[in-house]
Write a protein that binds this ligand. Structure first.
Ligand SMILES: Cc1cc2nc3c(=O)[nH]c(=O)nc-3n(C[C@H](O)[C@H](O)[C@H](O)COP(=O)(O)O)c2cc1C
Length: 377
């Protein structure tokens, strides 16, 4: 399999990427309480994967309230900002690029992940019929639990949430991230606001399409005001049903509108996640083509890609960069392996979210291990 296009360099609005391979954002639930600040092992994990053209970090909570899973990191205080800098430094030393994925889980959360035991928040008060990773208070380990009932955010709290994204973006830039990705996919808070079946708000953040997308668009504008639009990407999951979502009844209208408005704001990329890896591989898919037409900047495609499918999508021009998730768990040197046609190591889903280094930093590269990053740089 030739991977000519996948390995070609790419200019992401002034950021030089060594290839068109993106490491997709992946929560690994290994960032412990009470600081929720990344550790030297986090830095090692990302540095091992720095030959991707671009890394998108795991979801990073923009506030304590935004947290939805046990042992996941934040970027809402100085300690976390400093700790993330050791991660970005380690990636940059290996010649990589890294964006921070800014995350608010909304109703996909559990009282046990909040130090004060507070209820999750959402566009409304409808509880998600799905699971998350709560914290076992005795052991500090994650346990699968049903989501807790949320309370609806008041209008002034919605605005505060938008501002928390902007503040976290400022911290991300101070921590030397190359940019930020706003997580508006997969049934989390910004996606919950978009959803017509969930968002029955009567204020300017609910009702028609414009109102339901207002929080996302105000958030991206507020973040861009801090970082510059050329440093903001947005992740969407059209047709996604994970985390107790339902199919958008008018996906072409909804995502066409979002893509057009984000294009107007000049955000640097849209990152599309196809949760079941179906439509995104079809060069003539009307939803994909509609988004492509509506948004002239960079499009990242994700969901079930291998070398062959990635090359086909780049050849067809449906996307500019291709993101790989699970393959990056077990193949830290995925770019080299795809480039050299080398065998891929299988991943073990049992270690996706398990604490400790096993299944995290112990997947060897096909060649020699890169030097371990040191805390001092
Ligand atoms: C362990 C794991 C954790 C994930 N965490 C996140 C996350 O924090 N943010 C996000 O947007 N997507 C997350 N995803 C979804 C991936 O980014 C990606 O969309 C998905 O794995 C499909 O791509 P793949 O078929 O290449 O694995 C996660 C996926 C996995 C397997």
């Amino acid at each position: 399999m030739r991977t000519k296009l996948l390995l070609a360099p790419y200019q992401l609005d002034g950021i030089s990427l060594g290839n068109r391979i993106v490491m997709a954002p992946m929560t690994r639930a290994r960032v412990p309480a009470p600081a929720f600040a990344p550790t030297a092992t986090t830095a090692e994990y990302y540095a091992q994967r720095a030959s991707a053209g671009l890394i998108v970090s795991e979801g990073i909570a923009v506030s304590s309230q935004a947290r939805g899973y046990c042992n996941t990191p934040g970027l809402y205080n100085f300690e976390q900002e400093i700790a993330w800098k050791q991660v970005t430094d380690a990636v940059h030393r290996q010649g990589g690029r890294i964006f921070a994925q800014l995350w608010h889980c909304g109703r996909i959360s559990h009282v046990s992940v909040h130090a004060d035991g507070a209820a999750p928040v959402g566009a409304g008060a409808t509880c998600a019929e799905s699971k998350t990773l709560g914290c076992d208070r005795e052991t500090g380990q994650s346990v699968v639990v049903a989501c807790s009932p949320p309370r609806a955010l008041a209008a002034d709290e919605v605005e505060r949430t938008r501002d928390e994204f902007a503040r976290a973006a400022g911290r991300a830039m101070a921590a030397n991230f190359d940019g930020v990705e706003i997580h508006a996919a997969d049934g989390y808070l910004l996606d919950q606001f978009r959803c017509p079946f969930l968002n029955h708000r009567l204020d300017r953040y609910g009702g028609n399409l414009e109102n339901r997308c207002r929080l996302l668009l105000e958030t991206s504008a507020a973040v861009a005001a801090v970082t510059g639009a050329a440093r903001v990407g947005v992740r969407l999951s059209p047709l996604g049903i994970a985390n107790d979502m339902r199919f958008d009844p008018e996906p072409e209208a909804t995502y066409g509108y979002i893509a057009r408005e984000l294009g107007r704001q000049g955000v640097v990329y849209l990152h599309l996640n196809d949760q079941d890896g179906s439509w995104i591989h079809h060069a003539h898919d009307p939803l994909l083509l509609g988004i492509r037409r509506a948004f002239s900047q960079t499009l990242i495609l994700c969901g079930g890609f291998d070398a062959e499918r990635a090359e086909a999508a780049l050849r067809a021009g449906t996307g500019d960069l291709i993101a790989f998730g699970r393959l990056y768990v077990s193949n830290p040197d995925l770019a080299e392996r795809l480039g050299g046609g080398l065998a891929l190591a299988p991943y073990d889903p049992k270690t996706f979210y398990r604490d400790g280094t096993s299944g995290y930093v112990d997947y060897p590269p096909a060649g020699p291990m890169p030097a371990r990053p040191t805390a001092s740089g």
